[in-house]
Design a protein around this ligand. Structure first.
Ligand code: NCD
Length: 308
C-alpha cells in the first residue's frame, strides 16, 4: 500500500525530525521549492467545515508550484447522493497525485487510504485525530522551545472531542520527561482509550483537573481548545459547557514568562482577544507553521510515491 498519513504515529520520530528540518529549510529558502511539485495535483476533499486546514493545504501546494482541485463540502459532492468514501477516493485517484481528506466519521481516512492508489493525508476524521495540526503544533513547540523533552504541557478545554489533543498527546509521548496536565470539565475529559493505550501504556505522568489556575505556574505550554459544538448530542450540554475556560490576561499573572500559548483555532471564546498581543501568544504563528509542515509532508509523500 502506498504511504499515507492517517495517524501521527504513521510517521516515525526520525521522519518527524526530517519533516521539521525540511520545513525550516523551506522557511529560509522558499525559492528552492517553488517548482518542486510542478504539474502535480493535490485534491482537497473536505466533508466538514474548515478554513485553516483546507486553505493551508492549498497554499502549501501552490507554493510548491503544484495545482489544486477541491471539494469543499459534502453537499456539493456525490457524497450527497450516497457515494461511499472508498468510491470517491478511487475516482479522485484518477485525477490527482495526493489527497487531503477531512471527514466527520472516525476511521474514514483509514478506509480512504485502503481504497486509494495515491497518498492520503488525514485532515481530521471526526473526534479521532488530526495529524497535520500536530505537525503545526510540533514545529511551533520546536521553534519556541527548541526541544520536545522536559516540558510540562497543559491541554485545556474539550479534551474528549478535540481530535488535535489526541494526536498531540500521541506525538509527545515519544519524548522524555513530558508531563501532561489535562484540564477539562468532568464531561469533556480525555477519552479513556487515550489514557490507557497512550499515557499509561507508555508510562507518562499526567494529572486530570478542572482547574486551570492551580496549574498555570507550572506550565511551559498551554494548549487551549474550543468546545466542539458539532460533536455534542444536545445543545443544552454545549451551552452549559462552552465557556468553561476563558483565558484572560489576569489568569496569566502567575504564568511563566516564557509560557507558550497554543490553540489549533478556530477560537470561539476561550482566549480573550487582548491576549493576542502578549508575546506568549503563539496561535497565529502556529497557522503559518502549519503551511510549512504541510509543504514538507506533501513533498515527502509525493517523493515516496514516485510522483516527483
Ligand atoms: C481543529 C479541528 O478541525 O479539529 N481546527 C483546525 O484544523 N485547525 C480544531 C477545532 O476545530 O476546534
Amino acid at each position: 500500500m502506498i504511504k499515507s498519513v492517517i495517524d501521527i504515529l504513521d510517521l516515525s520520530t526520525e521522519e518527524l525530525e526530517e519533516l521539521i528540518k525540511t520545513a525550516q529549510d523551506i522557511i529560509s529558502n522558499p525559492d528552492d521549492y517553488a517548482d518542486a511539485c510542478r504539474r502535480k495535483k493535490l485534491a482537497t476533499l473536505f466533508f466538514e467545515p474548515s478554513t485553516r486546514t483546507r486553505l493551508s493545504f492549498e497554499a502549501a501546494m501552490y507554493e510548491l508550484g503544484g495545482n489544486v482541485i477541491s471539494v469543499s463540502s459534502a453537499d456539493s459532492s456525490s457524497a450527497a447522493k450516497g457515494e461511499s468514501v472508498a468510491d470517491t477516493v478511487k475516482t479522485v485517484s484518477c485525477y490527482a497525485d495526493i489527497i487531503a481528506l477531512r471527514h466527520p466519521k472516525e476511521g474514514a481516512a483509514t478506509v480512504a487510504a485502503h481504497a486509494s492508489k495515491i497518498p492520503v493525508i488525514n485532515a481530521g476524521d471526526g473526534g479521532h485525530c488530526h495529524p497535520t495540526q500536530t505537525l503545526a503544533d510540533l514545529l511551533t513547540i520546536y521553534r519556541e522551545k527548541g526541544r520536545f523533552s522536559d516540558l510540562t504541557i497543559g491541554l485545556c478545554g474539550d479534551l474528549k472531542f478535540g481530535r488535535t489533543v489526541h494526536s498531540l498527546i500521541n506525538a509527545l509521548t515519544r519524548y522524555n520527561n513530558v508531563r501532561f496536565v489535562l484540564i477539562s470539565p468532568e464531561e469533556l475529559k480525555v477519552p479513556s482509550y487515550v489514557k490507557r493505550d497512550v499515557l499509561k501504556e507508555k508510562g507518562y505522568s499526567y494529572v486530570q483537573t478542572t482547574s486551570l489556575e492551580s496549574y498555570m505556574p507550572e506550565l511551559d505550554i498551554l494548549y487551549m481548545t474550543r468546545v466542539q459544538r458539532e460533536r455534542f448530542f444536545n445543545e443544552e450540554d454545549y451551552l452549559r459547557l462552552k465557556d468553561s475556560y476563558i483565558l484572560t490576561p489576569d489568569k496569566l499573572t502567575n504564568a511563566k514568562k516564557d509560557l507558550s500559548i497554543l490553540h489549533p483555532l478556530p477560537r470561539v471564546n476561550e482566549i480573550a482577544v487582548s491576549i493576542d498581543d502578549d508575546p506568549r501568544a503563539c496561535y497565529f504563528k502556529q497557522v503559518s507553521n502549519g503551511k510549512y509542515m504541510r509543504m514538507s509532508l506533501i513533498l515527502k509523500l509525493l517523493k515516496e510515491a514516485g510522483r516527483i
